[in-house]
Design a protein around this ligand. Sequence first.
Ligand code: SF4
Ligand code: SF4
Length: 312
Amino acid sequence: MNKRIYYLKNIKGFVFDIQHYSIHDGPGIRTTVFLSGCPLKCLWCQNPESQELYPQLFFRYDKCIGCGECISICTQDAIKLNGNVVQTDRNLCKRCFKCIKVCPNEARTVIGKEITSGEVLEEVFSDKMFYHESNGGVTLSGGEVLLQPEFSSAILELCKSNSIHTAIETSGYGLWESMKKVLTFTDLVLFDFKHFNDDKHKKLTGVSNKVLLENAKKIWHDLKIPIIARVPVIPSCNDSILNINQTANFISTELDRSIKVHLLPYNSLGKAKYKNLEQPWNCFSGTVPSDEKMNELRNILESYGLSVKIGG
Ligand code: SF4
Ligand code: SF4
């Protein structure tokens, strides 16, 4: 193994999932690597387990038999019985994960792990035959891949050196230096557009959209990397006619009309995970957008000359 490959394979990072045979994260059949950690706090986040960089406790309350073994082992006094329900004070928890080992019913597990880029490559490589047949490849998602630029770029460079097509899914929120490092080995960017209005973007995600809109322009015009625009459709948050018009105008004039747009309808599948992480549900009461609404938004985007697909 040459020195560069040895170096690349030993860069460590954090992931919370690796999905095989994915068909919604770019062309063909793909392996999607979900990196941990995200600087955004979207109200509708469907992957709350992605927000923290480090591994965290995942409590399957439906499997808890109330034996109290976890309470006895915890030296931080972080676990208490509230009535007959076990609760963990996440502020006191030091993530030693001793409570997981003593739980007799696997009610306590850990989500997220530290892994080397070489280990990720091995998992990705096991799917290689599917990539060739379907024009697929690997997609790095999250969380936000820009939060771990060294790790992300090492995985992507290793994939490129093995002739594997690479894509990243990003909010675009990150330093341009980090973005450039990651994009050096990226064939396709799945770029999320959450809200065009900066004040609303801050309210909905916790961050300004100025940097990410600038980054989108640089990716397209300076680096000339293909983009697929992904627009999550979240009722009462970003599904107004005005917002979709402004988003369509930005994509078609500031970027390019040839960019494909994927409209992604909200679903509430992530809601249960908040309970598993013992986090309060963020009171977001979004409903699933109707087919009629999705078609209305598609028509608006198409009126700007954009090609639109509903779903990823
Ligand atoms: S991970 Fe460790 S500190 Fe946290 S609740 Fe379990 S035993 Fe206590
Ligand atoms: S050890 Fe497991 S089953 Fe027992 S009280 Fe704790 S979480 Fe529940």
